[in-house]
Design a protein around this ligand. Structure first.
Ligand SMILES: NC(=O)c1ccc[n+]([C@@H]2O[C@H](COP(=O)([O-])OP(=O)(O)OC[C@H]3O[C@@H](n4cnc5c(N)ncnc54)[C@H](OP(=O)(O)O)[C@@H]3O)[C@@H](O)[C@H]2O)c1
Length: 234
C-alpha cells in the first residue's frame, strides 16, 4: 500500500487523535490539525514519544483565514492531498436546552457552524488539492444521532448538524464523482472521549477503525454511510 497524504481536523484529542495515530502506524503522511495550536503540538509530541512522526498545522474549521493558511501550507509542502477527514465536532447541548420545547437557537447555530459549515468550508477549499490525487477521498465523521431512519427526540442542534453532514456527503459524492473523489460518512459508535463521556461503550481504537479503513481500503465506495466497516441506512 503506497503512503497517502492525509489531513485530519479536530485531532488534538479523542477519535481524531486516535485516527492520526493508527494512520501514522500504517506509515502514511498525516497532518494533525487543531484549533488550539498548543494542544495540537502537545498531541504531536505525545505521538513522537511512541516513535510516530506526524506533521502539524493549526486549523479552526469555522475560520476562512485559518482554512486558507492550512491550505497554503499543504499545497506548498505536498502539492496534493489524498484524504481529508472532517472529524472536528462539538456536542453543545444538554437535557435542559435541547428539546423542541426548550431548545436554544444560538446553540443550534453554533453547532451547525462547526459540525456542518466547518466540514463544508474545509472540503470546498481543499478540493483543489484533492483533485491532484489519483485516489482522493473525503470522510465525514457523522453520528447515528443524525440517522433519519433512527431519529429520536432531543439534541436538535447535534442531530440536525449530522443529518446535514450526511446530506452534504451525498451531494459532494455526486458532484465530485467526475473527479474520482470518493466521499463517505460514518458513525464511530458511542466512544469514550470528552464528548462521549466515561459511560460510552467503545474504546478509541474501535471508534477510529472505520475512518482508517475508509481512508486506506482499496476500491473505496462513494456516497455511503458506514458503521463498523458496513453500510448502514441514512
Ligand atoms: N464520542 C462519541 O461517542 C461520538 C459518537 C458519534 C460521533 N462522534 C463524532 O466524532 C467526532 C470526534 O468526536 P470526539 O468524541 O473525539 O470528541 P472530542 O474528544 O470532544 O474531540 C472533538 C475535537 O474537535 C475539535 N473541534 C471542535 N470545534 C472545532 C473547531 N471549530 N475547529 C477545529 N476543531 C474543533 C476539538 O478541539 P478542542 O480540543 O479545541 O475543543 C477536538 O479536538 C465528532 O465529529 C463527533 O461528533 C463522536
Amino acid at each position: 500500500m503506497s503512503s497517502k497524504i492525509i489531513l485530519v481536523t479536530g485531532a488534538n484529542k479523542g477519535i481524531g487523535l486516535e485516527i492520526v495515530k493508527q494512520l501514522a502506524e500504517l506509515k502514511h503522511s498525516v497532518i494533525l490539525t487543531s484549533r488550539n495550536e498548543n494542544l495540537g503540538i502537545k498531541a504531536v509530541n505525545s505521538l513522537k514519544e511512541k516513535n510516530l512522526n506526524v506533521d502539524y498545522h493549526q486549523l479552526e474549521v469555522t475560520s476562512d483565514e485559518s482554512i486558507e493558511k492550512a491550505f497554503d501550507y499543504v499545497k506548498n509542502k505536498y502539492g496534493k492531498l489524498d484524504v481529508l477527514i472532517n472529524n472536528a465536532g462539538v456536542f453543545l447541548e444538554n437535557q435542559e436546552n435541547s428539546s423542541f420545547f426548550n431548545c436554544d437557537i444560538d446553540i443550534i447555530k453554533q453547532t451547525m457552524e462547526i459540525n456542518f459549515f466547518g466540514a463544508l468550508k474545509v472540503s470546498k477549499k481543499f478540493v483543489d488539492l484533492l483533485k491532484q490525487s489519483d485516489d482522493a477521498r473525503i470522510i465525514n465523521m457523522s453520528s447515528g444521532m443524525g440517522q433519519l431512519s433512527e431519529m429520536g427526540g432531543g439534541y436538535i442542534g447535534y442531530r440536525v448538524s449530522k443529518t446535514s453532514l450526511n446530506a452534504l456527503t451525498r451531494i459532494m459524492s455526486n458532484e465530485l464523482r467526475k473527479y474520482k473523489i470518493k466521499v463517505n460518512t460514518m458513525c464511530p459508535g458511542w466512544v469514550k472521549t470528552d464528548m462521549g463521556g466515561p459511560n460510552a461503550t467503545r474504546e478509541l481504537p474501535q471508534g477510529a477503525d472505520t475512518a482508517v479503513w475508509l481512508a486506506t481500503v482499496e476500491d473505496c465506495p462513494t456516497g455511503k454511510f458506514f458503521k463498523d466497516r458496513k453500510e448502514i441506512d441514512w
